[in-house]
Design a protein around this ligand. Structure first.
Ligand code: ADP
Ligand code: MG
Length: 819
């Protein structure tokens, strides 16, 4: 018999939830059974219910429901369907999900390997504050709310998570002395006189005397508000650069507050936080809002993490950390608080990734029945000797597909490491087992190329390969579709075009997604639904340091291609300032004279689209080069806005040697393989990320002689030069990524792989430093142990943790803007 709360108490919200779940199921589990997302509304309904009086058992049910919903939006459709079924079961029959009745909050579970912290009232109070919209703060009206939205701040949690980019130490007033000259200083002084002079500019001059009796002059230009805020005889805290002139010490344009006022306590006389801003809000303004938000934090200790985890990582208290992140009493406190939130980001992200992995791990799949020696037969038919890691990757794949579980494997390897040949093996194995395969590529150029390569590798083994893109003609498309539907095509390669509804496979058993970071989860899922739980192989060349790869791809098994195929000549990379451009193009002429070809890459398509900055565009560069440095050479341009047939014919002309040089945008970035190309010129190279530059450079060096990559630095800065120098010094994508990580922090790299996840990785990545990442393996281990004890975090003592998770990963939040 149901042991839930009385019907009067729980009937309505349960009815509501039941209806919602049924509707979601009916609509195919797309998380769209309600505006803003089914799971979000369901969770809100659930939260609403929990404010009413609840029986202990009822709480257990709510927690179970919540845990089924909390990561719903991240799940593939078929897992969602299971979740919906589980939700209905729980709703119809209010037995707690764990079977037994939940324990009173303060008694540890019998046999539990650790003592978890019970949800204390202080954490509940803190969560309540965190979950509120910023508009609940005094002074935040619709206008400020909109401005904050631009900073990615919607809730009070977001505001408190808006980490200072730095601090000013204004704890100690300076002496009016020679040593302070030229420095930014805080000086306390009594105002003696003010005068306002209106000439071409509005000039406000004042004199003041410090406690030691020394005189100080103050000057402001064009500031209408200064005069009214200054009163003779009052004491002020001034902050500005101290300068010396003929009549004594000056502060130019100082900021100031009247001494002893609350404003002086907030903006002066402390370690003052500085934030990334957006137009419409000032440091002072934002600081005041953060101050009020911090004021809402209960002044007791609060923690949502299980106690053993918090103590294992020696984490400072959460409530304390929020206060100290923004208003620390010394540098050490600020760093401790920042470290605490860096930990939270990594830990919560790990939990998310691992929860998905757990959910996907046991999805049944069709086992491929492969005779022994399948890898050997494939390798034997290749036109080259496969590298050791290519063969190892094929064996990994073989091991996966033989099992009655779906394969989820990532093939990770630097550009040119030979991933296509490994994908070919997967397609071959599918064919041997009687299945079709599909290969998804991000661009038409790549799809055509991959189709051609796979055709060459697989046709001798008896496979029929077809390629389908947006550029395929209607009649071709029609015949390909029917051949796919009746099983005449074994391997279909293509762009998004193969995801369309009209594409129906007879028996799809395997999907391959190339350059997976270019696709969202939805597209991978769409491909998955074209067969009955097909095995999935995704490929990526994004050079991510191993520490990060394990984390980011934590939901996948990984095979790595460590070495490049033999017989490659090194690429010589040269860094040039714009004044030395000519020598880059002299190199192009020289190589063309030797019968080789060149890529010239520029950042944008046409001058008009780039708001008047100095971007070298494709069209402009084309004109310049054909009339100047490369006069007489056969040159064509290639960019994303061209018609697909034009792109294809240009690419064909280049590949077959009818063009000497190609002026292109980054459409050539991924995967294009033209072995005869031996020079890569990159204009305004400082505008690209290191990972992209490395990918671009990988387009040359595929033939059998030395190749060259000329990096032209349009806008020279010391920082930029240091960064580009990394490319000159190294040809190892992983090492380059590591250096990039050190120089710029994890934000950039995470941005590159972001897309494949549809959720903000780690929340605000601006928070993370390179050093924080070293704790990742340990964090991952602890997160995984926690999930082993409580796979969906449904236990009552993890209720605060799941609430924190949904705060971090709200249902429909756009990507974070870090700057
Ligand atoms: P990527 O990993 O960047 O996708 P590709 O699969 O396009 O690399 O391979 C790059 C080039 O290397 C292709 O021309 C391919 O034919 C060649 N290749 C792949 N494996 C080998 C190998 N084991 N030996 C020699 N050449 C190889
Ligand atoms: Mg490739």
């Amino acid at each position: 018999m149901s042991s839930g709360g009385s019907p009067a108490e729980s009937g309505t919200w349960k009815e509501l939830l039941r209806d919602l779940v049924r509707l979601e199921l009916k609509r195919g589990c797309k998380d769209d059974a309600a505006v803003g997302g089914f799971s979000r509304l369901a969770l809100a309904t659930l939260e609403g219910s929990s404010t009413r009086t609840q029986h202990a058992t009822q709480r257990g049910v709510s927690n179970g429901l919540r845990s089924l919903l909390v990561d719903y939006q991240f799940l593939p459709n078929h897992v969602r369907a299971d979740r919906c079924a589980a939700l209905l079961a729980l709703l119809d029959d209010s037995v707690p999900p764990t079977g037994g009745s939940p324990l009173p909050a303060d008694v540890p579970a019998v046999g539990a390997t650790s003592v978890s912290k019970p949800s204390s009232d202080s954490m509940k109070a803190l969560l309540q504050v965190l979950e509120e919209p910023v508009s609940k703060l005094w002074g935040v009206g619709p206008r400020v709310q909109e401005i904050m939205g631009k900073l990615g701040v919607a809730s009070i949690a977001d505001l408190l998570q808006h980490t200072p980019k730095g601090y000013l130490d204004l704890r100690h007033p300076a002496e009016l002395s020679r040593e302070s000259l030229g420095q930014m200083v805080l000086i306390k002084a009594r105002l003696l006189a003010v005068t306002e002079i209106r000439r071409k500019v509005l000039l406000v001059k004042a004199t003041a005397r410090d406690p030691g009796g020394r005189m100080l002059h103050l000057v402001w230009f064009n500031n209408r508000f200064v005069r009214n805020r200054l009163q003779v005889g009052h004491d002020y805290d001034f902050y500005g650069r101290l300068e010396n002139s003929f009549d004594g010490a000056h502060l130019m344009q100082p900021a100031f507050e009247e001494s002893g006022t609350p404003a002086a306590q907030l903006h002066m006389n402390r370690i003052v936080p500085l934030y990334h801003l957006t137009s419409g809000i000032t440091q002072k303004g934002l600081r005041a809002h953060v101050w009020r938000a911090v004021g809402r934090i209960p002044s007791v200790t609060a923690e949502y993490l299980p106690r053993d985890i918090a103590s294992h990582f020696k984490l400072p208290d959460l409530a304390w950390s929020y206060r100290s992140l923004h208003f620390p009493t010394d540098e050490h406190e600020a760093e401790q608080a920042r470290g605490r939130f860096a930990f939270d980001s990594l830990f919560l992200f790990e939990l998310r990734v691992l929860m998905r992995r757990h959910a996907e791990q046991d999805v049944p799949g069709s086992p491929f029945d492969l005779p022994t020696g399948t890898v050997d037969r494939y390798v034997g038919a290749l036109p080259f000797v496969s590298t050791a890691s290519q063969t190892a990757a094929m064996r990994d794949i073989e091991g996966d597909v033989r099992r009655p579980r779906q394969m989820h494997r990532l093939l990770h390897g630097d550009v040119g490491s030979g991933k296509t040949a490994v994908a070919g093996y997967a397609a071959y194995a599918a064919k041997v087992a009687g299945y079709q395969s599909a290969v998804l590529s991000p661009t038409e150029i790549l799809a055509e190329q991959t189709g051609r390569v796979l055709q060459e590798l697989l046709a001798p083994l008896g496979l029929r390969v077809a390629t389908l893109t947006g550029g395929t003609t209607k009649s071709q498309r029609k015949s390909i579709l029917s051949a796919v539907a009746n099983g005449e095509v074994d391997c279909l390669v293509g762009t998004h075009a193969i995801l369309e509804e009209g594409v129906v496979f007879e028996r799809l058993g395997l999907s391959v997604v190339d350059e997976q970071h270019r696709f969202g989860v939805a597209q991978r899922v769409a491909l998955g639904t074209k067969g009955k739980e097909p095995h999935s192989l995704v490929m990526s060349a994004t050079p991510i340091p191993r520490t990060l790869a394990l984390t980011i791809y934590g939901d996948l098994d990984i095979s790595e291609l460590l070495e490049k195929p033999p017989g490659r000549f090194p690429i010589q990379t040269h860094l040039l300032t714009a004044t030395k451009r000519d020598s880059a193009y002299a190199m192009v002429r020289e190589q063309v004279a030797m019968g080789r070809q060149a890529f010239i890459v520029v950042p944008a398509i046409d001058p008009a689209s780039d708001e008047g900055d100095s971007t070298v565009s494709v069209e402009e560069t084309m004109r310049e080069l054909t009339e100047g440095s490369l006069k007489g050479l056969r040159i064509a341009s290639l960019h994303g806005r061209m018609k697909s047939s034009d792109k294809q014919s240009t690419m064909d002309a280049f590949r077959s040697g009818n063009l000497d040089a190609l002026v292109a945008t980054t459409v050539v970035e991924v995967g294009v393989d033209v072995p005869n190309a031996s020079v890569m010129v990159i204009e305004d190279s400082e505008r690209f990320g290191l990972a992209t530059l490395h990918q671009l450079r990988g387009r040359v060096g595929r033939g059998s002689s030395v190749s060259h990559c000329m990096l032209i630095q349009g806008n020279v800065t010391a920082e930029g030069t240091e960064r580009l120098q990394v490319l000159v010094d190294s040809d190892d994508g992983f090492q380059i990524a590591e250096e990039d990580l050190k120089l710029r922090g994890p934000g950039d790299i995470l941005g590159t792989v972001q897309h494949g996840y549809d959720v903000p990785l780690f929340g605000s990545t601006a928070l993370l430093s390179y050093r924080d990442l070293s704790a990742l393996p340990e964090i991952r281990k602890v997160a995984s142990e926690l999930l082993e004890r409580d796979p969906v975090l449904g236990a009552p003592e993890h209720a605060d943790l799941t609430r924190m998770l949904s705060l971090r990963y709200p249902a429909s939040k756009p990507g974070m803007e870090d700057n």
